[in-house]
Design a protein. Structure first.
Length: 276
């Protein structure tokens, strides 16, 4: 199996849809090809980020009582019908030996009935309240996925340099905007470099800083009307995200450093930008 074939079959392999022989061929290829192994790890991390970032709605406490009540009502209806059949059976020889219906119902059918009732209650009570994730929630999921990909695929930077006068011109020539770039080495956040990224259907700049052994991805793009200007702090999947805007640009910093360090980074970056 070559890389092209493995790439085409990757989604099916992740979803467990392939036959054992094909899956074994992909596993052997992943052991032999580091590039495809990194792609597999990035796909897996992205899938986990999306599944964990999806909204979760907890059922209300009254749900159990409603399900139990519905089951009792359903069983009562079956019992009354069984009794009616027994009364009718006494009039004819064909039904004279008929047993009550409920004891003969297999438990798996009772479980199926319970599941149907539960689904009906959820559909009637909770589905109208469900809402799709907000744009900020979806963006946060993309930001975490991009941060994880940059670490797992060993693609932190397109231009690796601690010199802001090297990183900024490189980004300026690749983008249709000129993102601000500052070096915070003296404050404990050295600049590692920068790269191009793609988020929410647009090209963005990603500046990479370091704090001890941790990396900070700072995503920057020109502010649009749909971008929130409110400062935001998000904690998800062990990562912290800090969002702010200066009117011209929107910033999202993502890292697994503690929130205090990330807040300090934000403040230091803003101070440096204000001086220019």
């Amino acid at each position: 199996m070559n890389c092209e074939e493995a790439t085409k079959l990757m989604d099916g392999y992740l979803d467990g849809e392939l036959d054992p022989m094909t899956s074994q061929k992909i596993e052997q290829h992943l052991r032999d090809c580091r590039k495809c192994e990194q792609a597999y790890e990035a796909h897996t991390a992205l899938a986990h980020a999306i599944s964990r970032g999806a909204p979760y709605y907890k059922a209300q406490a009254e749900l159990r009582q409603r399900v139990q009540s519905s089951l009792r009502d359903a069983v009562g209806v079956r019992a009354s019908r069984s009794a009616a059949r027994e009364n009718h059976a006494s009039l004819t020889s064909r039904w004279a030996k008929r047993r009550p219906v409920l004891p003969e119902i297999p438990w798996n059918w009772l479980a199926l009935a319970a599941a149907i009732i539960l689904a009906a209650i959820i559909a009637s009570s909770f589905l109208p309240r469900l809402r799709p994730p907000t744009s900020d929630q979806f963006l946060a999921t993309q930001l975490i996925a991009s941060h994880v990909r940059s670490l797992m695929a060993d693609h932190l930077t397109d231009v690796a340099s601690s010199d802001q006068h090297t990183v900024k011109p490189w980004l300026d020539t690749k983008l249709d905007f000129a993102p601000p770039v500052v070096d915070l080495s003296s404050e404990g956040f050295p600049l590692i470099g920068g790269r191009l990224d793609y988020l929410d259907s647009r090209s963005v700049a990603a500046l990479v800083y370091q704090k001890r052994k941790h990396f900070i991805n700072l995503f920057i793009w020109p502010t649009t009307p749909k971008d929130s200007t409110a400062q935001t702090m998000v904690e998800r999947e062990g990562y912290h995200l800090v969002h702010w805007s200066d009117g011209d640009f929107t910033y999202w910093a993502v890292s697994d450093v503690n929130i205090n360090d990330l807040q300090s980074f934000k403040q230091l970056f803003e101070q440096q930008i204000a001086r220019h």
